[in-house]
Write a new protein. Sequence first.
Length: 602
Amino acid sequence: GIKPIESKTDDPSGSAKRYRLMLSDGKSTFSSCMLGTQMNKLIETNSLKENSIVRVDRVMVNSIDKQNGRVMLMLYEIEVLQSDCERIGDPVALPLTDIINSSSSTNRLETTNNNQAQASVTAAAPSATNVIRQGSKALPTLDDRKKPNIDNRLGSKGTNGIDKERIINIDTLNPYMNKWTIKARISNKGQIRTYENARGPGKLFSCDLVDQSGEIRATGFNAECDRFYSMLEIGEVYYIAKASLKAANRQYNNTNNDYEMTFNHDTIIEACDAGEGENIPQVQFNFISISDIANRSANSICDVIGVVKSTSDMQTIVSKASQKEFNKRDILLVDEKASISVTLWGQQAEEFDGSSHPVVAFKGIKIGDFNGRTLSCINSTLIRPDPTETQRTVELRVWFDNEGKSIDLPDLSKGADNGNRQTVIKTLSQIVAEGLGLGDKPDYVSVKAITTIIKKDTAIYMMCPEEKCSKKVIDENNGTYRCEKCNKTYNNFKWAYMISAEISDVTGAQWVTIFRNEAEALLGVSADEFGNHKLNQNESIMDDIIRKAMNRELIFKLRAKAEQYNDERKIRFTCVSINNMDWPSHGRRLINEINQMEPIQN
C-alpha cells in the first residue's frame, strides 16, 4: 500500500510529507519501503497509484533492528512503467529475515543501474500518466551488506572512515539511515553559546550545511564544539559522516529540512580538496515576497530579498534590561509589491553601505510586529549583498532601475496588512465614494471580489527579450521580432501577461489590469504555457484555464492612480497582489465591524 506518514513539523508547504510503500513482485510483498521525498511528485501528480508497475533504480538498505534483522528500503529513484494495472498474482508477505539470509530473496529486491528490478505497488493512491526519472549516482545495493565491515568503516581512502562511495544528497538524510556521507558547504556558522541545565554548564555552536539538493542545520555540543568549531569555515566544503539525525526543533531551527544533525564522538569531518566542491552552491535561499511577510506570524524566521531604497543614519541605543549600548541602523527594503523596514545591529549596522541601492538577500531574519510588520537581524542572520545564487538579483535590479525607484509602494512597517491588525477591505462602491486614486500619490486598497470577465484574446503579449525592456514586439512574419523602443530586431521574444479583467462585489464592478506574477496566481499557469497554447491555437485549453479562474472569491490589492486620457482624467486600477480568502480573519473583521455599529434605538 501507499501510506502517508504524518509530519512532526508544521511546514505548510507539504515538503515534509513522507510515504511508506508496499512492493510486490507477484510472488512476495515487502512493506518496509520508504519513498524518498524527491519522489513525492509521483504521488502528488497521480502517477503512482494502486497496482502501478514500477522499476526501482536507486535504493539504500537501512538496518532498523539489527538483532531481528529488520531493514527499511529507502527508494530514492523509481520509474513508473505503467500507471493503471490490475493486481498481479497472489503475493504473500516476505519474511524480513529472508532479505538478509536468503540469497534468492535478496536477488528479488536488489537493484543497481545495470540490474534493475520491477515490482508493482499494491496500494491506494492518485493517478496520472507522467513518467518521471531522476538520474543520479547509484546508492549501495543489498549486496553491499555482504561486504566486510572494514570496507564501510574505512571508506574509499581506507584511513579516515569517510566512505566517499556512499555520498548522498542532504535532502535524502533521515533518522532511519545508519551509514552515509554527505559533501556539503558551510553556508553559515553561529558563535559559540553557553548554557546551563540540571547537568551543569555547557556550550554549543550551530552551522548550516548546504549541497545541490538542500540544507540542514548541524549542532555540536561541548567536546564536539571544541573539536569542530575552529575547523569548520564558512564557504568551505567538507565530507561529513556518522552524525546523529533527529526531527528539527522549529523553535531554534529555520532551515528548510524536516531533520537536523548533531555531531557526536563518532562524527568524522574531512575537508574536501580544492576544486571538489565547485558544483555546490554557497547558500540555499527560500525567499518569500515582502508582501507575504504580512501573512506570517510575529517572531517567525524567513528569507527575503529586495532592493535597499533608503538607509538611515546609525543610532546608538541603550538596552533597558542590560544598560548596554547597541548600534542599530534601519533600511527600507523594497520589491515589486511592497516595502518593509529592516533593522541591522552591531557590526552589521556599522559596516552596511546602502548608498548604491544594492540588492540584498537576508537568510534567517526575524519578523517583528512593532508598528506594523518589521524585520530584524539576529545572530544567525546571513546578509548577502547582490547574491549571484538567484535570478531574483537581476530581476530586482532591472525593475528598480527602470521603475521601482520612482514609485510608491505599500509599507508594511506602517501598520498595513499585518497579522495583528485587520486588513482594511473596502467595497468597490466605497472606493468611488471616497475618491481613492484622485490625489497626487496613488492609493492602495484591498477588495473582496470575484472575477466576472477575463479578456482572453488580449491576456498575453509578445514582449521584448531584453531584460531592461517590457515593451511589446512586432512580429515581422519572417522569424524576427522588432521592438520599437529598443529600435532592434530579435530572433526571439518572451511571453508576458497583461490581463484586463472585471472584478465584482455586491456593490458594483471595476475593470483592473493584472500583470505577471499576479496574473500567474490568478490563472494558475505560467505566461510561457499560456502563450504556447495561444500560439498553437489551443482555444479549448485556454477557455478551460480562464473558466477555472472565474467566480473565485479572492482578496485583490489594488493600486488606484488618476491618469490623463485624451484630456479626460480617469482612475487606473492595477492589481498588485492576489490572495486567497482567509476566512477566520475575515470573520473576525466582520465581528469587529458589527461591534462598532451603534445600537438601534427603540
